[in-house]
Design a protein around this ligand. Structure first.
Ligand code: RNT
Ligand code: ZN
Length: 426
């Protein structure tokens, strides 16, 4: 349905675009090289609506996050999820990592409690990683579990519950360490807990003291942090924690500064009009590294498929202007079960790479000189002119170089795959 431009036209368009960017002092070739060298971590959970493969004796609620929609054909086991992920990866140019959650352990049908998880339960994922060359990242899963039903995990006042989750975190840190060793490079592990209260709690203090204690305990475990790179993710509010979230921004920011732990900023975890791009230079004045959850909030919900909007561009522009791409771990976090899931992955990830490329094509030095010289109109004018530069021609070249479909042609592949998968799975 959507045809791809012939190769020679893509190349000719690129040469013209490159000349136009050169006029502004921007080298499009080096922007493409930098784009190809900057990894983004693709989240496994868009593939199956954050379900995972755990064996449960009883029904459990989502526990603080929920994918809505029932588009047919969701992956229901590791092989299907890997097959779907490979399809999505083929539609995306650029270097990808793959971000797993503990509930994606493969246990051959056996019930393995989360505090008992071992690297061997992820050996198929690690083999896949080796075969595809896609490095892994990891997350403990502190939700969708009977011991999370109270709304409190690492901050629970029930000592046995709190201990269970600390042990889960430690088990996961060991798995991340094993993944890191296997891929000869760090595995980023992100700790997000749903803990909080729907309505005004009378004790905001106790849970935070206990979370602090739990974090100290889990991070003190004997794990090699050259391979296991920990981050903590804050949130303002969530489903069932509308009034109070134990792990708020202030809490984790303080913890991170005090202990040197990496922070994770999710684009959908702040006030609905609050964006995160302005936070990067503030936090990185004190911290070596940062983890980002690239997402899109709409009203009160935080995990819509990422699109190329101002928030996304501003985020990548800030990283490029600050020259911190090698200090920021970029991960995706969205889940939409109402549309084709391969499509959701492809759209959001292609957009993240587009935003990165857009940022890399900015004549930052010129803009900053204009600003320093007090010529605000010239600066603003140039920023606006950049929006109608032939960015698309450079992006098409990135897709061609990256062996991904050019233009809308990826949609054909998504549709063909959808038809095949529906025939097989539904
Ligand atoms: C939830 C957090 C968290 C999760 C994933 C699945 O609000 O954003 O990062 O989305 O861990
Ligand atoms: Zn997140």
């Amino acid at each position: 349905m959507f045809s791809e431009l012939p190769r020679d036209i893509i190349e000719r368009n690129y040469e013209q675009a490159k000349a136009q960017y050169k006029e502004l002092g921007v080298d499009a070739d080096s922007a493409l090289a930098k784009l190809a060298a900057t990894p983004i971590s693709l989240h496994c959970w868009q593939g199956d609506d954050v379900s995972g493969f755990e064996v449960h004796d009883e029904a459990v609620s989502g526990g603080g996050i929920m994918a809505t929609g029932n588009y047919p054909g969701a992956a229901r086991n590791g092989d299907q999820l890997r097959q779907d992920a490979e399809k999505a990866i083929a539609l995306i140019p650029g270097t990808l990592r793959f971000n797993l959650h503990a509930i994606y352990a493969e246990t051959d049908g056996a019930k393995v409690e989360r505090d008992q998880l071992k690297p061997e339960h992820f050996s198929t994922w690690m083999d896949w990683s080796k075969r595809t060359g896609v490095a892994l990242d990891f997350n403990p899963t502190f939700f969708a579990h009977p011991l999370a039903e109270s709304g409190y995990t690492l901050s629970s006042g029930d000592e046995s519950v709190r201990k269970f989750w600390v042990d889960h975190a430690i088990a996961c840190r060991r798995i991340a360490e094993a993944m890191g060793r296997a891929q000869a490079g760090p595995c980023a592990i992100n700790h997000w807990i749903p803990d909080g209260a729907k309505d005004h709690p009378t004790d905001r203090w106790g849970p935070r003291q206990r979370l602090l204690q739990s974090l100290d305990e889990m991070l003190a475990a004997d794990v090699d942090t050259t391979y296991c790179k920990d981050a903590v993710e804050c949130k303002l509010f969530g489903i069932g924690s509308e009034d109070y979230v134990v792990g708020s921004h202030e809490f984790y920011l303080s913890y991170a500064i005090k202990t040197g732990t990496m922070l994770c900023l999710d684009m959908g975890h702040f006030h609905p009009t609050e964006t995160i791009h302005d936070k990067i230079s503030a936090i990185m004045a004190f911290q070596d590294e940062l983890l980002l959850h690239v997402s899109r909030g709409i009203r009160w919900d935080s995990d819509h498929v990422v699109i190329l909007n101002d928030d996304l561009r501003n985020l990548f522009i800030e990283m490029v202007r600050g020259n911190v791409l090698d200090r920021v771990n970029i991960a995706l976090d969205f889940f939409d079960a109402s549309i084709n899931r391969i499509g959701a992955w492809a759209i959001g990830t292609r957009c993240a790479f587009k935003a990165l490329l857009y940022a890399l094509l900015e004549p930052t030095g010129t803009l900053q000189e204009l600003e320093a010289s007090g010529d605000g109109a010239a600066k603003l004018g140039l920023i606006e002119e950049l929006k109608t530069m032939p960015f698309g021609a450079v992006w098409d070249m990135a897709c061609l170089d990256g062996n991904a479909p050019v233009g809308a042609a990826w949609i054909n592949e998504m549709q063909a795959y959808d038809a095949q998968v529906r025939a097989e799975r539904c």
